[in-house]
Ligand binder design. Sequence first.
Ligand SMILES: Cc1cc2nc3c(=O)[nH]c(=O)nc-3n(C[C@H](O)[C@H](O)[C@H](O)COP(=O)(O)O)c2cc1C
Length: 320
Amino acid sequence: MLWASKSRLFLVLFLILDKQLIWEYVRYLRGLYKYNRLERLNSNEYSLRRRLHGIEKGLTQKEFRSEFALSYILETVMTLKNLAPCLHEENPSFFEYSLRVLEEYFFRTHSDDERYIRAMEIFTELKAGHAVEKIPEEERCPNDDSSFFSFLCSRSSIRVFSKEVPSDEVLTYAIRCALQAPSGCNRQPYRFVIIKNDKELLKKVAALPPGGGGNAFDAPVVVFVIGDYSAFPTTRSFHEVYVDSALASLAFVLALHEQGVDSCFMNWPRDYNLSQRLETLLALKPYETVVTSIALGYREMESRVALSVRKTIEEILEIR
Ligand SMILES: Cc1cc2nc3c(=O)[nH]c(=O)nc-3n(C[C@H](O)[C@H](O)[C@H](O)COP(=O)(O)O)c2cc1C
């Protein structure tokens, strides 16, 4: 009892003293408020991007279902309709991409659901007057030269894998590359847990990442990037676990790509139960945290890849 009230007091004191944490949380809440306000108005561009991505994934997945996305197709089309005047003006490539994805969606799917039928009506009105082209297979990589840009463009997240397992040498080289990433004060506060030989464990952990379709896309290898909070003396810098791990993870994935190995990050949400399960399966230390998970292997060649069109430079750049 006494222990519980003491720890609660400690938590309150900690929150009062850690202004930065509160400041961060307030910003996060403001972001959440803005997101939901725009969502209610069907005018949320982030949500549109996310849903179009979900639809693209559905269109490119191995076992194609002729009916999917019913829970959000109407909102997606309404959002596109509401944002159309501004997108058409300011971001025509994203507008065109949106039309293409939805065109293919309505062409290849069928449903009697009233949300689907209504969405199709709105979409038919919306696309009138626009020449909508089919999504090309390989538009992501415009040039085929040896530039770093071309190398980056030639990588895509792959979600359909063959059974072939990358060798330990290939994976170790990618880890060596990951270690070359910069990290705050050169702490390198992470480690990579690669699961490929223990098939029983692989099956158990592959079921956990929510964005991996329940089996981590049936990939022959699953990786967890684990951050180490014991690298930090104060709470001022504990976010660096995420920054440093992300930089190393990108180097890891690019090094895999260099060797012809494909991969897909799988979101690891802030979910207590999920984290507890993984902590037990991987015997994590009490001060470690899961930053992200990655499915990897060799792409099944016939599989299609989502285009995942990028923002424009103007949207993300400010030079002063
Ligand atoms: C942190 C992170 C989490 C991700 N989580 C998932 C996921 O759970 N499921 C999935 O299919 N893709 C996931 N992805 C892949 C993104 O959807 C993909 O990177 C994005 O659409 C851009 O496409 P590209 O990687 O093919 O260039 C994730 C990517 C990142 C960086």
